[in-house]
Write a protein that binds this ligand. Structure first.
Ligand SMILES: [Zn+2]
Length: 52
């Protein structure tokens, strides 16, 4: 499950498989399903990850 992370003024979504964090829930969900299927990361998705 994608985990929602709330900060003081924003929400982020974390892929529980690879621990990357995204602003966009849809991308986090795509990342997680990719991670589960392939057990590796899709760089097309992880390039959208953010540091918080
Ligand atoms: Zn992932």
């Amino acid at each position: 499950m994608v985990k929602e992370i709330k900060t003081s003024n924003k929400s982020y979504f974390k892929c529980e498989e690879c621990k990357f964090i995204y602003k966009d829930k849809k991308i986090a969900q795509e990342c997680e399903s990719y991670c589960k299927d392939y057990h590796s990361c899709n760089t097309e998705l992880t390039k959208h990850s953010v540091r918080i």
